[in-house]
Design a protein. Structure first.
Length: 305
């Protein structure tokens, strides 16, 4: 697969300065700016779209070479672009969970009881993130992987395995930036931002896997294909949404309106796949987690040990 471009635009290098980045992307009217961007990005005018994308390129390494479409009716259409057929390869190894999205791997590893890290030295309790003490116990001492979608990345997310969605909890919240500069400075940031807690069950083993798409500044809208309407600030539907939606591995589940974060949680009995560590890039479909002792679709007795 072609890697994300490494060339940094001059404007993007300015934002690499953490203090300045934090000031420009967080010490602003976040909710107001997010609502404005939501409106502006959906303006369907080829001139506005082309100019907006050109400005976007000044601040991000935007690579559209694998996009299905090369012309966009709006900036929103570019944000939520689909890929060319065959642009990603799904790992089909039995017992392997593939990455649901293109991302930079953030904090990951074994949970300390029910605590995860958003950055080094910055823990947060799953109870605050998931909003359900009973669900939290499923993941005690399990594994988690934080996947950060940069603004220039492909923004759709896909099923990491054959699974059934059983429940969605929508938690409204703030729109802090979720980049490393903010994660170091804002305590329990993921627990403060708007998010959807998607509880699923794996078809092969029955293990419960939870995906938590976390919205951020300029985003604040999450599309889940099995639900009617967007999950966004101002949403007036039920907080708890029982679901029954089946997805095959690699099948598209939804998208962000811009770029943000997805956190993956699995119970004990899983391990990180080789090469999955903080700071490494990963593509949708690449191996992310594996069920210990699982071969040819069955779990060996050693897995229980």
């Amino acid at each position: 697969m072609k890697n994300q471009p490494t060339h940094r635009q001059p404007a993007a290098r300015i934002l690499d300065q953490e203090d300045l980045n934090f000031l420009l992307t967080n010490r602003v009217p976040r909710a107001l700016l997010t609502r404005f961007m939501g409106w502006f990005s959906k303006i369907e005018n080829p001139v506005v779209a082309a100019l907006s994308i050109r400005i976007w390129r000044l601040f991000a390494d935007l690579d559209l070479s694998d996009a299905r479409d090369q012309e966009f009716r709006s900036m929103h259409a570019c944000f939520t672009r689909a890929l060319k057929p065959g642009a990603r390869t799904i790992d089909t190894t039995p017992g392997v969970l593939s990455s649901p999205c293109d991302a930079i791997v953030g904090a990951c590893g074994t949970l300390e009881g029910i605590n995860a890290l958003q950055a080094k030295g910055a823990p947060y309790p799953l109870t605050d993130l998931l909003g359900d003490a009973e669900q939290v116990e499923t993941y005690r001492d399990g594994l988690y992987v934080t996947l950060r979608l940069k603004s220039s990345m492909y923004h759709r997310f896909h099923a990491p395995a054959d699974l059934r969605v059983e429940h969605v909890t929508y938690l409204s919240g703030d729109t802090w930036n979720v980049n490393p500069a903010a994660l170091k400075r804002v305590e329990r940031l993921f627990c403060k931002n708007e998010r959807a807690v998607i509880r699923t069950r794996l078809q092969d083993s029955g293990a419960v896997l939870t995906l938590v798409p976390v919205a951020a500044i300029l985003v604040a809208s999450i599309r889940l294909h099995w639900l009617d309407g967007l999950l966004r600030p101002g949403y007036r539907g039920p907080k708890h949404i029982p679901s029954q939606a089946d997805f095959a591995k690699g099948q598209e589940m939804g998208w962000f309106e811009h770029g943000s974060t997805i956190i993956v949680f699995v119970p004990p009995g899983f391990a990180l796949c080789p090469g999955v560590e903080d700071g490494t890039p990963i593509r949708m479909g690449q191996a992310l987690l594996r069920q210990v002792g699982m071969t040819d679709g069955t779990v060996s007795p050693e897995a229980d040990a």
